[in-house]
Design a protein around this ligand. Structure first.
Ligand SMILES: [Zn+2]
Length: 696
């Protein structure tokens, strides 16, 4: 249960980006890239993305990013494209090289190289996968078919959950919000096939249409599994009814951001009584968890709803439900008809992506997902240089110093709370690049020519690893992202910020760009993560990572007024078509974007005062035609130059705690008088409104 992690960019599984030759200055329209396209790094300062005919004071996103979608149209196999995607694709190519070497080197059995090589190679072998047909999931299908009564459900649910099949609910470990040094057991809502609760409940035409498509998908999966057409159709509708009942009992996306609504410690026996159908005490044993006397019931209303839904649904429907989730969960390791149907709904219908990613890319990504610290270890040895780390460490220190000054200067916080805020700031731990201590995969068996078995064992290994933490101290050295990941996060219960090696490259950090551009790019991302410690969610956790109020009542009231201003401001922005930004869902990210950019600017100014940084190379003339502050704001904006498919944009507007990319750019600059000054905007112009919001 790690959903409170504050990342800088949404994590999308069907990922792909497009490349633009770094030196191409001709912003004429390009053809979208296909699945095997090559990707190059985008420079930190990218003049080709700009639309200089636009007025920066009218629409800064258009000015900084107006040509981006012309030179980087969304690739045919991606739901969107931006600098994050581009770098992710670039890293995927690098990982691909590592994996190709690992497969040809025939490393000793049991070594990390053997494991990543065999995992990757077996994943690629679609002929073998095709030949095996449904045989790999035969045992599970038989167990499902053999159920004689609902009393046998919990044991089977435990078996499926252990394999990463998300039926009925979730059970895992998490840090105790009230004692962040310890790991506890957590039981949570789950069991849905659509992204979250409201996808089952909205009544607009597009939502109704998507539900019809989902029911058709479920029916198709059932018929691929051998069910007759009519029966499959009827079962699919009943599965929809069952999942809708679970959705109604679930917490929504906004509520789930509130740690107080996610924390309900209960004795196991009292919890078990709220949902007898899942036999919690025995389930915990069956899934292989250490015994517990109490646990966090993350979403307490869910379990009575689940219990009722199980009671009200016929056993054959629940069996069909488990079969569909099993097949969807392993679709990429089953014959192509399953894989294609899975993509058709989750890629094409839900996200608008026309084409499935190339198999090799999906296999690279899944090796990273299953053996991330084995693959990542080789990745950092080869590609992460000490200067990348040193520069980032320095920037993080500069930005932390800026936050200290910011806390000193703000006028709405009492000296008493300021002491606590600075205590928290000074306790923030910085993790940069990769873990000090690598995961041990020696107990994970990876075999050649066993795509399904490898994935299943990797999932069981991961599940056992997470459950084994229960009752033990939290390991703060552990990472929640793999080293090549193009993202970053703040962890509120550990009070640390984490920057994987994967993001510390162009465009985010570019040693050929000016300091100003880099402060706007990666510097603002560092500031973003640091500010998460002090957004509406992070501010509820103290220096030690405990959910514990450290604010005076008046200061908290002042803080809430400031964050309300941001929430109301963003709620007026349009995300896509008829959908407005959800100001409450995106409040933490918007606060972090606003605070992060201010801190980065303060740090840049301090940096400039300290030393005249040699930042101009002869090819950077265009960059140097802008003032450092303009470069800074352009660097910020270009973090979020993006192109998106409308279906994907609609989905994100419902579930993504980040605002849409263009809003991330304009929403912040309208709140910063420094921006208006840098571009000589007149008061009252769209990017220099009279009313501005500011928290940090
Ligand atoms: Zn964030």
């Amino acid at each position: 249960m790690r959903h409170l992690l504050c990342v800088v960019s949404i994590v999308v599984l069907a990922s792909l980006g497009v490349a633009q030759d770094a030196g191409n200055a001709n912003p004429s329209a390009q053809q979208p890239k296909g699945p095997d396209a090559k990707y190059n790094l985008i420079p930190g300062f990218d003049a080709t993305a700009m639309d200089k005919s636009a007025d920066p004071c009218v629409d800064f996103y258009q000015y900084a990013c107006g040509n981006f979608s012309k030179i980087h149209p969304t690739p045919s196999d991606a739901p969107e494209f931006d600098e994050f995607y581009n770098l992710m694709e670039y890293n995927t190519q690098v990982l691909h090289d590592i994996l190709e070497q690992a497969t040809s080197s025939r490393a000793p059995a049991g070594s990390n190289e053997q494991k990543i090589g065999d995992f990757y190679e077996s994943c690629l072998d679609t002929a073998a996968i095709e030949k095996h047909g449904l045989e790999p999931i035969q045992a599970q299908l038989q167990q499902i078919a053999a159920l004689k009564s609902k009393a046998e459900l919990p044991q089977l649910a435990a078996r499926l959950n252990r394999m990463g099949v998300g039926v009925f609910f979730d059970y895992s470990s998490m840090p105790d919000f009230k004692d962040a040094t310890m790991e506890i057991a957590a039981i949570d809502q789950g069991g849905l096939g659509l992204p979250e609760k409201d996808f089952y409940l909205r009544t607009d035409a597009k939502s109704e249409e998507l539900r019809k498509q989902y029911v058709a998908h479920v029916a198709k999966m059932l018929s691929l599994l051998g069910e007759a057409q009519d029966a499959a159709q009827a079962d699919a509708q009943k599965i929809m009814d069952f999942e809708t009942a679970l959705a109604k009992g679930s917490l929504g996306v906004v509520e789930r951001r509130d740690p107080e609504k996610d924390y309900h410690m209960m004795p196991l026996a009292s919890f078990a009584a709220t949902a007898p159908a899942i036999e919690a005490p025995k389930y915990i044993e069956w899934i292989g968890s250490p015994q517990v006397e109490k646990l966090n019931v993350v979403s307490p209303d869910f379990f009575p709803a689940l219990n009722k839904a199980i009671d009200a649904t016929d056993l054959p429907v629940l069996q069909a439900y488990m079969r569909v989730h099993l097949a969807d969960s392993f679709a990429s390791r089953l014959p192509h008809a399953f894989d294609d149907e899975h993509f058709d709904f989750y890629g094409r219908k839900l996200q608008g992506t026309p084409e499935q990613q190339a198999r090799w890319k999906r296999c690279v990504e899944s090796t990273d997902g299953s053996l991330g610290e084995a693959l990542g270890q080789i990745y950092v040895q080869k590609y992460f240089t000490p200067d990348m780390k040193a520069e980032t460490v320095q920037m993080v220190r500069d930005i932390e110093a800026a936050m200290g000054k910011d806390i000193d200067a703000i006028d709405w916080m009492s000296p008493e709370t300021k002491v606590k805020a600075k205590e928290k700031l000074h306790a923030v731990a910085n993790k940069i690049g990769y873990p000090n201590k690598w995961r041990d995969y020696s107990k994970l068996d990876i075999q050649p020519n066993d795509a399904f078995g490898n994935t299943m064992r990797a999932r069981e290994f991961e599940n056992a690893y997470q459950l084994n933490k229960i009752g033990k101290p939290v390991d703060r050295q552990e990472w929640e992202m793999t080293p090549p990941t193009v993202n970053a996060y703040y962890n509120p219960t550990e009070n640390n910020i984490n920057f994987p090696a994967g993001i510390l490259q162009p465009a985010f950090y570019d040693k050929n760009a000016s300091a100003a551009t880099n402060y706007g790019h990666i510097g603002a991302i560092v500031g973003h993560e640091l500010t998460h410690g002090f957004d509406d969610q992070g501010a509820k956790f103290d220096a030690d990572g405990n959910l514990h109020n450290w604010w005076t009542a008046q200061d908290k009231k002042n803080f809430d007024e400031k964050t309300d201003c941001i929430a109301n401001e963003y709620s007026q922005f349009t995300a896509v078509d008829d959908i407005k930004v959800n100001g409450r869902l995106t409040l933490g990210e918007n606060t972090a974007d606003n605070g992060g950019l201010r801190l980065a600017l303060m740090a840049l100014i301090a940096h400039q005062a300290e030393a005249a940084h040699g930042n101009a190379s002869s090819e950077q003339n265009e960059e140097q035609s802008f003032t450092p502050q303009q470069q800074f704001f352009l660097g910020w904006a270009q973090n979020y130059c993006a192109t998106q498919r409308p279906e994907f944009a609609r989905m994100l507007a419902r579930i993504d705690p980040h605002s849409p990319d263009h809003i991330r750019v304009t929403g912040v600059v309208v709140n910063m008088p420094d921006f208006a000054k840098a571009f000589s905007c007149k008061a009252g112009q769209p990017m220099a409104p009279a009313k501005a919001c500011r928290v940090w």
